[in-house]
Design a protein. Structure first.
Length: 235
């Protein structure tokens, strides 16, 4: 009864797993919205895409090397198995007092080699699936790159002054707006970072104005109340 239940469970799990193939990667939605889309400007998005592509190209190279190594190792397994089979056949012809024990040992060695070979085949299949997933991500990233270039502009060097000013202004402006809307305090480090931007930066103008208003309010509150004189009272 217990064996039947286990078989039933295994069949049920296999049926569920066969319904859908979940890729071992980011979804295209994640890549679009949270990896690329979180960057504030077109140039920042292009730079992020390039970073992601570079990392994945390195992964592809690593997976391909693993598959090549696995292919060579599988050939070595075949050689070892064939060598054991030849020894087994040779042992059967000689027929001495240890032939039965030697034959059992060779058969066990062959079974172990075959299990190791099957295990390596399964591992290679997993690596091949991971490789396919990474290639799918690369294809999506390449398509996203082309779409941004087509709709906006070509990628600029990372040290392009204008692109950097635009990116940092937008990034810090977004942070500023969120803090104001959520009524969160501006940390000194954030303010110091913003003040490092150029005078034409919108977020810097907002922060400077906010600081001026705070200073004026503090000065106003610090002024002592005026005491009316006797002449002012009697008019």
């Amino acid at each position: 009864m217990e064996v039947n239940l286990s078989t039933e469970l295994i069949e049920k799990i296999e049926m569920i797993l066969n319904k859908v193939d979940l890729p071992d990667r980011h979804t295209f939605f994640q890549l679009e919205k949270f990896v690329i889309g979180k960057e504030p400007t077109a140039q920042a998005q292009l730079w992020q895409i390039v970073r992601e592509m570079q990392a994945r190209v390195e992964t592809v190279d690593s997976y391909r090397k693993q598959l090549e190594d696995a292919e060579d190792t599988l050939e070595l397994f075949d050689i070892r198995i064939e060598r054991q089979n030849r020894v087994l056949r040779s042992e059967a012809k000689e027929q001495n007092e240890h032939t039965d024990l030697n034959s059992q040992e060779y058969e066990i060695n062959i079974r172990k080699l075959q299990r190791d070979k099957e295990s390596l085949i399964l591992s290679a299949r997993k690596v091949n699936k991971k490789l396919r997933c990474v290639l799918e991500e690369l294809a999506f990233l390449a398509s996203a790159y082309e779409k941004i270039v087509e709709n906006y502009e070509e990628i600029k060097p990372m040290d392009d002054d204008e692109a950097q000013r635009e990116m940092w202004n937008e990034k810090l402006l977004e942070e500023f707006n969120l803090r104001v809307i959520l009524q969160r305090p501006l940390e000194p480090e954030f303010i110091r970072t913003v003040l490092c931007l150029g005078e034409d930066s919108v977020v810097k103008q907002h922060v400077v104005k906010l600081i001026d208003n705070i200073q004026k309010k503090m000065i106003s509150q610090a002024k002592p109340p005026q005491v009316e004189t006797k002449a002012q009272v009697t008019g």
